[in-house]
Design a protein around this ligand. Structure first.
Ligand code: SAH
Ligand code: SF4
Length: 347
C-alpha cells in the first residue's frame, strides 16, 4: 500500500502512470487531496472508475489509525492515533469563537528531554515521527473541517515530543502545511524546550513561523532540576539564541511559563525573569501547571499569577494568562491538555 500523502506532485504523476492512467490525472488527484481534501477515493468524481478502483486496491489516504477520541464541552477535541508500528500519539483540535481552528500536533512518539513535570517526558522517548506523520495529523483535521464547510486555520507543534529534536522532519512538515494545506507561516507555531543550535538554525530559515520557548525558570540551577536540557544549554545561551531569532525574523519570541505553586510564582522569580527578558522582543504566556502523575508540583494561584504579571510589566515585559481549554478531557492524556491551553495563548 502506498500512502498518497507521502508523494510529491512529481511522484504522484509517476504513480498515476504506473497505474496505467494518463499523467494529467495527477493534477486532478492532487486537487482532491489538498484542495478539496476528501477522505475517500469514491468522492473523486472526475477520475475514471478504473483508476479509482486501482487506487482503492493499492493506495491509502493516510496511515493514522484513530483509536480514541475525547470531546470537551468547550469544543476541544483530543485524539489518540496508532501508527503503523503500534506507537501512540496525540493530536488536539481547538475551535475558537473568532473562527480560528487550531490543531495541536505531535512531533515524536514520547520525548527524550525528560522535563520532570511533563507526562510525555515521563514516558521517555520511542521514536521520531516522519514528516508525513506530522503533516497528516493536521491533514486529518483539515479534511474533516472541510467536509463541514469549515477550515483549519492554525497549527501548533506542541503535542508530544520535542520538534527541534526531530528538526528536518518537523521543518518538512511545516513547509507542507504552508504549501499543501495553505496555512500561513504566521499561523504556525513551533514550541521548543530550548535546543540552542536548532533555534539559531531555525532563525536562518527565512520563515515567518512563530517560535515558542519553554522557559519555566529564570535560574540555571533550578531550571536544570526541572528541565535537564538546561545542563547542556544554559539560560543565557538560550536567551542569546532567542535574541538572534528576533533579530533575524523581526518576530517576537513567546516564552512559556508553566506556573507552579511556590516553585516559580514568587515575586523574586518575577523580578529575575523581568531582568532576564527586559528589552527582548518577546511575550510571556503563563499557564498554571497541569498536574501529572509523576510530579508533585501544583498549579499556582491566580492571585499570585496576577502579581507575577504586574512585576513583569514593570520591566516592560508583556505577559498574559488565559483560561484553560479542554479542561474536562484529561483522561489518559500526555501533556496535550496543557498544550491545548498554551496554544490558546499563542495563536
Ligand atoms: N517539547 C516542546 C513542545 C511540546 S510540550 C516543548 O517542551 O516546548 C508543549 C508545552 O507544554 C511546553 O511549554 C511544555 O513545557 C508544556 N508542559 C508540559 N507538561 C506540562 C504540564 N504538566 N503543565 C503545564 N505545561 C506543561
Ligand atoms: Fe519533551 Fe516538551 Fe515534555 Fe519537555 S515539555 S519532556 S521537551 S515534550
Amino acid at each position: 500500500m502506498i500512502n498518497l500523502y507521502e508523494l510529491s506532485f512529481d511522484e504522484l504523476s509517476d504513480y498515476v502512470v504506473q497505474l496505467g492512467d494518463k499523467k494529467f490525472r495527477a493534477k486532478q488527484l492532487w486537487n482532491w487531496l489538498y484542495n478539496r481534501r476528501v477522505d475517500n477515493f469514491d468522492a473523486m468524481q472526475n477520475l475514471p472508475n478504473t483508476l479509482i478502483e486501482k487506487l482503492k486496491e493499492n493506495a491509502t489516504l493516510g496511515t493514522l489509525n484513530l483509536v480514541a477520541q475525547e470531546n470537551s464541552g468547550d469544543g476541544t477535541e483530543k485524539r489518540l492515533y496508532r501508527l503503523h508500528d503500534g506507537q501512540l500519539i496525540e493530536s488536539v483540535l481547538m475551535p475558537y469563537e473568532d473562527d480560528r481552528r487550531t490543531a495541536c500536533i505531535s512531533s515524536q512518539a514520547g520525548c527524550a528531554m525528560g522535563c520532570v513535570f511533563c507526562a510525555t517526558g515521563q514516558m521517555g522517548y520511542s521514536r521520531n515521527l516522519t514528516a508525513t506523520e506530522i503533516f497528516e495529523q493536521a491533514m486529518r483535521f483539515a479534511r474533516e473541517l472541510e467536509a463541514d464547510g469549515d477550515r483549519l486555520s492554525n497549527v501548533v507543534l506542541m503535542g508530544m515530543g520535542e520538534p527541534f529534536h526531530n528538526y528536518d522532519a518537523t521543518l518538512t512538515a511545516v513547509r507542507r502545511l504552508m504549501d499543501d494545506l495553505g496555512i500561513g507561516a504566521r499561523h504556525i507555531t513551533i514550541s521548543t524546550v530550548g535546543l540552542v543550535p536548532q533555534i539559531r538554525r531555525f532563525a536562518d530559515e527565512g520563515l515567518q513561523v512563530r517560535l515558542a520557548v519553554s522557559l519555566h525558570k529564570a535560574d540555571d540551577t533550578e531550571r536544570s532540576a526541572l528541565m535537564p536540557v538546561n545542563k547542556r544549554w544554559n539560560i543565557q545561551e538560550l536567551i542569546d539564541a532567542c535574541r538572534y531569532y528576533t533579530e533575524q525574523t523581526n518576530r517576537r519570541v513567546t516564552f512559556e511559563w508553566a506556573a507552579i505553586a511556590d516553585e516559580n510564582d514568587t515575586p523574586a522569580e518575577a523580578h529575575k525573569l523581568g531582568r532576564l527578558l527586559a528589552g527582548l522582543l518577546c511575550h510571556v504566556n503563563i499557564i498554571p501547571l497541569n498536574p501529572t502523575g509523576g510530579y508533585s508540583g501544583m498549579p499556582a494561584d491566580s492571585s499570585k499569577i496576577e502579581k507575577f504579571i504586574n512585576i513583569l510589566n514593570h520591566y516592560n515585559v508583556n505577559a498574559t494568562v488565559r483560561v484553560r481549554r479542554g479542561i474536562d478531557i484529561s483522561a489518559g492524556c500526555g501533556q496535550l491538555k496543557t498544550a491545548v491551553i498554551r496554544a490558546d495563548e499563542i495563536n
